[in-house]
Design a protein around this ligand. Sequence first.
Ligand SMILES: Nc1nc2c(ncn2[C@@H]2O[C@H](COP(=O)(O)OP(=O)(O)OP(=O)(O)O)[C@@H](O)[C@H]2O)c(=O)[nH]1
Ligand SMILES: [Mg+2]
Ligand SMILES: [Zn+2]
Length: 335
Amino acid sequence: MMIPEEWGWSPYFAEAFKPWEKSGYQAARVIRGEKNYFRVYCPAGDLTVRFAGKIRHNAIDRAGLPVVGDWVVVEPQPGERGIIHALLPRKSSFSRNLPGHRKSRGKQRLEQQVIAANIDLIFIVSGLDRDFNLRRIERYLTLVGSSGADAVILLNKTDLCEDPAECKAQVEEIAESVPVHLCMARDTDQLEFIFRYVEQGKTIALLGSSGVGKSTILNGLLGEQRQKVAEVSHSDGKGRHTTTHRELFLLPEGGIVMDNPGMRELHLWGGEDDLLESFNDIEELALQCKFSDCRHQTEPGCAVTAALAAGALKQERLSSYRKLKDELVSLTRRR
Ligand SMILES: Nc1nc2c(ncn2[C@@H]2O[C@H](COP(=O)(O)OP(=O)(O)OP(=O)(O)O)[C@@H](O)[C@H]2O)c(=O)[nH]1
Ligand SMILES: [Mg+2]
Ligand SMILES: [Zn+2]
């Protein structure tokens, strides 16, 4: 059975599928996730699938259930249908904490929500209109840091910003080694640079708030208006949640792009280590503090507060670091 590599099949998944090879089942990629059904791509074609009861039963929590981007084991059935029997191990996954959605014994339950799986690269898309927010970008960078995917930041809608170069400089200051690009997705010619990130079999996900232009960028890459786009609201500048499901698209030149609904809540899921990448500047400074358990407040010999006093570190960035760190510490404790 041949699975075209264009959908991202690799030796890693082939190895995981080995025990299933003689089963008559097929390896399939989840390419579209709606509320009540999934579409998968497999050698038998595009199928609408449901989960076997077993897979729900065996999953310890929701994170064990397939999401868009996952490779799964499917039993094809007549009428372009199928049943998912198993989830193959993920190479990477982007998750957030979905708090307060279910309660058990009066306590708020923590729940890891895996948003997308087997993503190689995440485009963090931000609008240079009222959406622009450095603190939110730091939050995205921390989440991407724990996903196993690489990140690129796209600052879209340069036409709505007075000084795009200044915005880019501000983002570069917090982005460390993550590339930052300005773009105006409405003008397809301006998206040419994105193709340097596109590769056969590589999966790129577009993430960001509603209305930042994720679907516009996707349409630009596809060369046709496949996804619906809609104006942001004039009153508050926010998007209208036009895209309502996750879906993978094959680009004509090869490469896979996932369009996503805009995210409202972005609670961290992960551990304190996730800050090593997104706040490497502060983590490095902390290594030079006199006390290894320094909280960077009033302790003597604190390299972080010294950098703050010297103007080498911005107060907003330190506050943001503290906030995200507290969130991760409290998450670890509750888990
Ligand atoms: N001025 C300007 N508008 C843009 C640009 N790129 C996209 N837009 C517009 O922004 C609006 C929202 O774009 P979408 O592509 O629907 O945004 P989205 O991120 O997919 O939004 P959701 O699907 O709701 O998450 C549309 O009216 C686009 O035409 C740009 O570079 N400049
Ligand atoms: Mg959209
Ligand atoms: Zn310190």
